[in-house]
Ligand binder design. Structure first.
Ligand SMILES: [Zn+2]
Length: 589
């Protein structure tokens, strides 16, 4: 049965480049999952975009003396190029700075207001008298009043992960050192308190498939749920759609999560099927997945479901319908670098755009997936990157494919040999490889990507073992017919492995597909497109599934199929690479 799978991916803030920790935290697992479901024949919609608003962007703009819009456009373009290079197949990677997103966010706000989940309240807020402005939470730092970490941000503590109220910080100070005072202002609040029973009910049912850390954390958060301000005194963002509220905008946490929904609507419009989004957002057979880092669990597993429950529906006259709540939030833990926390400001990071200039995307994808921080924090080590590339990716998989294809191409007139009747050893191997479609597929369905990749590699090593036993390289001199059976069997196994590896290593699986002589490609194509709205334009990354022929099915390779001249899939890396990269990290070039 075809399922509708919504793959919602964390929205990067447009104030800094993306590093490998971000990629393995959310973007890459989402792509693997989306590609797997496309191969399965499911209807996938993978959406995200650049988070253009919020104070991280205005902080950066102030520091550089440019506008927030310039900062957002610069980083957005860099994200598009990076995701294209990494092969992240977003159906739509857009931005929150679109007319569509403004309208949808304002409509959700108004729906919540209409349904009685918003109220206004006057409150004291930090004000910087020197600059004559209210200070957003991010502009205030101080000691966390929960864990006593001394450098907590006003909105969230990086140490304990709790969301904070900046007014309660101990020893608060303004970023930039200005004078702080508390002044009265008025804001809209989302009454999460009245939504708490419904959220607790949602989190109590059918959550066995959730990762333990995510469900435990979420249940704990619901128990302590209280109202949150959803507007703020800031001019960079989406205006509050209520008369008399000029100069205030929707809080970025409130509107950025709405992006999953607004991007689905934008994608539908771009397709010329403006109602298509309903197949993921209302349909009962749709499953919605949210790929995020663990620091974002409260926003996606508790607060966003609260917004959806409160708004109920949009643009839908059928009163029986309500927006789908997250089916799963497979949040990842963090990736460290050479034993230390990744830090952009200290330049202790492997930047995505630099990594993909120096290494092939599948080599990077392999290490990031094999070492993905799914259940606990993981560490990026350059020595391990080189070792696993050489000892696993190249030795177990790349050499296997290259050796067998080259041998067949050379010794059997550029064709897959005709095997005649297969022997029990041959059919036994093919059965074990076919079983991989179930074992790898079950792990992928359960978002256990690390284990799924390890299982695919285990299947590849079965083929290596089979070849060691059959040794067609020597058999061909004495028994050409036996060698033909072995080479055919190994080719067919590799043709299947090509699919098992395709969600993880799409670039090399496409190459293999060509070497096997097939026409067409396994997946569709990606491109950067410019979209025009009435007042503005924006660029987006899109995925076009047209022409994709890949299927999650064992190979039916025919004897006699013409092959194409094969080449190596992966590069063996010199051990010096690790030393050079570590030196670069420590400030060398
Ligand atoms: Zn804390």
């Amino acid at each position: 049965m075809t399922e509708n799978i919504l793959v919602s991916v964390a929205w990067p803030y447009s104030n800094a480049d993306i590093h490998v920790g971000n990629i393995t935290g959310a973007y890459l697992p989402a792509d693997v999952f989306a590609r797997f479901h496309r191969l399965k024949g499911n209807r996938v919609l993978m959406v995200s975009g650049t988070d253009a608003h919020g104070t991280p962007i205005t902080v950066r703009a102030d520091a550089e003396g440019v506008t927030a819009e310039e900062i957002y456009r610069r980083y957005h373009r860099r994200f598009l190029d990076l995701f294209l290079a990494f092969g992240l197949t977003y159906d739509l990677f857009t931005t929150t700075h679109t007319e569509n997103h403004y309208r949808v966010s304002q409509d959700i706000f108004l729906a919540l207001k209409e349904n009685g989940y918003l109220y206004t309240q006057k409150e004291k807020q930090w004000y910087e008298s020197g600059k004559g402005r209210f200070l957003p939470d991010r502009y205030v730092e101080g000691e966390c009043y929960i864990c006593h970490y001394p450098n907590a941000r006003g909105d969230q503590c990086d140490n304990c992960g709790n969301l904070l109220d900046s007014v309660q910080l101990i020893n608060p100070r303004a970023k930039g050192g200005g004078q702080l005072e508390l002044r009265e202002t008025e804001h809209f609040y989302l009454d999460l308190g009245i939504l708490a029973p419904a959220l607790a009910d949602y989190l109590s049912r059918d959550k066995d498939h959730w990762r333990p850390n995510v469900i435990n954390r979420s249940r704990q958060d619901v128990a302590e749920l209280h109202e949150r301000a959803i507007t703020r005194d800031l001019d960079w963002g989406i205006p509050v759609p209520v008369e008399g509220w000029a100069g205030k905008c929707l809080y970025v946490w409130f509107e950025a999560v709405i992006g999953y929904f607004s991007a689905s609507i934008e994608w539908s419009k771009n397709q010329g099927e403006p109602e298509a989004w309903k197949d993921w957002w209302y349909a009962s057979k749709a499953k919605t997945f949210y790929f995020i880092g663990k620091d974002n669990i409260p926003f996606h597993a508790v607060i966003w479901p609260g917004q959806l429950l409160g708004a109920r529906r949009l643009y839908e006259s059928d009163l029986g319908k309500s927006l789908n709540l997250p089916y799963d939030v497979p949040a990842n833990e963090f990736l460290n670098l050479e034993g230390q926390k990744i830090s952009g400001s200290r330049n202790w990071a492997v930047w995505g755009h630099e990594a993909v200039e120096r290494y092939d995307p599948d080599a990077l994808r392999y290490y990031l997936l094999a070492n993905m921080p799914e259940a606990k924090d993981a560490d990026w080590s350059w020595a391990e990157f080189v070792a696993r590339n050489n000892n696993e990716l190249v030795a177990t998989w790349g050499n296997l494919a290259n050796r067998v294809l080259s041998f067949a191409y050379r010794n059997f007139d550029g064709k897959a040999p005709d095997p005649g009747e297969l022997r029990p050893d041959d059919t036994g191997l093919l059965a074990r490889v076919e079983a991989g479609f179930d074992s790898v597929g079950e792990l992928l369905s359960a978002v256990k990507l690390r284990a799924a990749l390890a299982e695919a590699l285990r299947v590849a090593s079965e083929v290596n073992r089979y070849l060691d036993g059959q040794a067609p390289w020597t058999a061909i001199k004495t028994d050409r017919a036996a060698a033909a059976k072995t080479v055919y069997t190994a080719l067919r196994a590799i043709d299947s492995l090509k699919i098992l590896f395709a969600p993880f290593l799409p670039f090399t699986s496409e190459k293999l597909h060509q070497y096997f002589g097939y026409d067409g490609s396994l997946f569709g194509t990606q491109k950067i497109v410019e979209y025009k709205e009435s007042q503005s334009t924006h660029e987006a990354l899109t995925y076009d599934p047209a022409g994709a022929t890949g299927e999650w099915k064992p190979s039916q390779l025919k004897g006699g199929q013409p092959l194409r001249q094969p080449g190596p899939l992966f590069k063996k890396l010199d051990e010096k690479v690790a030393e050079e990269e570590v030196a670069r990290l420590h400030g060398g070039k």
